[in-house]
Design a protein around this ligand. Structure first.
Ligand code: SF4
Ligand code: SF4
Length: 341
């Protein structure tokens, strides 16, 4: 599909927001609260945060909620009754203000949820989501999208990508998918035809910090390296890095029973937790933190590229910003590149 480029005036974004609301769209956008910028249900345009480099948490919970009841059950005189999620009537959602390194993570997450088993709940939710990406015009020392194949203006994963042309400028809107076209047709006057300059000069500069191909190849021979122990000595195993990550997909399933009825709940988990791989026998194949740290890096930079042809990391830097122990994934990847076998 040819990318259709339109001009959206600075003042038109609020009008677009209002038109989408009038069309019963739920809009999920970044809010600044208590020093954290996170995605929330947006009631008004004025509440949306724009000045952040990156949201504290990713937007993955729109299709993969952190806690989700997947079914209710009850046992009565007519036998067992099971009621699942009504996947036919999920609400249409606009995911507004997603950074490119978050949007591209949707592809990585989808590849996990469709690898061997097609996760119907995840897929049905995602089908209802239209992604409004917003290019980055600033970055910080934690960003490394360009080291894993991305850019601050990457279109992958967005249905429409907005790029602000200058500090107080108008927006270049790249209409990328049929979902994006549907939005344009709701407010055609706001998407003006225009000869628009290239967007690159308006984007943040993010230098390439390591060679991802070299790292993936090196990891093949690195399983027994002492680097895992050296790097993970300060790790608390708290799981914050997994919870903020746009591509981490570990989950647990719990049953909550109350007499003859109950619910089955899916909730986020982390391969960084010691209980994650604990067998009922008491044996734990990843009993120490260094084995769990190795798994995190191996999964993202070796197993996923090999099995799913995609990195499990988009270079968003969230895990490093969130880590209470100052673990920095970028520094650790650079040190893996530099260490000799
Ligand atoms: S956030 Fe930091 S301390 Fe917590 S599990 Fe991740 S790397 Fe370890
Ligand atoms: S591993 Fe860290 S830098 Fe990579 S996508 Fe996840 S949160 Fe972002």
């Amino acid at each position: 599909m040819n990318i259709d480029k339109r001009l959206v005036r600075r003042d038109s974004l609020e009008k677009l927001f209002d038109i989408l609301k009038q069309n019963s769209k739920k809009i999920y956008a970044p809010f600044l609260k208590n020093g954290k910028t996170t995605f929330r249900d947006a009631e008004s345009f004025a509440m949306i945060s724009t000045g952040h480099i990156q949201t504290t948490e990713s937007s993955k919970d729109i299709a993969f909620p952190r806690t989700e009841k997947i079914l209710d059950y009850s046992k009565g005189k007519d036998g067992l009754v099971v009621k699942g999620i009504d996947l036919e009537n999920l609400p249409g959602v606009i995911l507004w203000g997603v950074r490119p390194c978050d949007a591209v993570g949707i592809g990585a997450l989808s590849s996990i949820f469709n690898w061997d088993y097609k996760d119907e709940i995840y897929n049905s939710r995602l089908l209802q989501v239209t992604v409004f990406g917003f290019s980055c015009n600033k970055s910080d020392e934690y960003c490394f999208c360009t080291s894993v194949g991305g850019t601050p203006g990457n279109t992958a994963g967005s249905d429409i990508l907005f790029t602000r042309m200058g500090e107080d400028g108008d927006y270049l809107a790249e209409i990328l998918t049929d979902k994006g076209i549907t939005v344009v047709l709701m407010a055609p006057d706001l998407f003006e035809k225009s000869e628009i300059a290239e967007k690159e000069k308006f984007l943040a500069v993010v230098p390439v910090r390591f060679n991802n191909k070299e790292i993936s190849e090196k990891l093949d021979k690195f399983f027994e390296s002492k680097v895992w122990n050296d790097q993970s000595l300060i790790c608390l195993g708290c799981g914050a890095c997994a919870y903020v990550c746009p591509t981490c997909a570990c989950f647990d399933i719990q049953d909550e029973a109350h007499g003859k009825s109950g619910s089955r709940i899916r909730c986020w988990d982390s391969c960084g937790f010691s209980h994650f791989t604990l067998h009922t026998s008491g044996h734990n194949p990843r009993a120490i933190q260094s084995a769990r740290w190795r798994q995190r890096i191996m999964h993202k930079f070796s197993y996923m590229p090999e099995r799913l042809s995609v990195f499990g990391c988009t270079g968003c830097g969230r895990c490093s910003r969130a880590c209470p122990a100052d673990m920095n994934i970028l520094e650790n990847l650079i040190s893996i590149q530099e260490v000799t076998l």
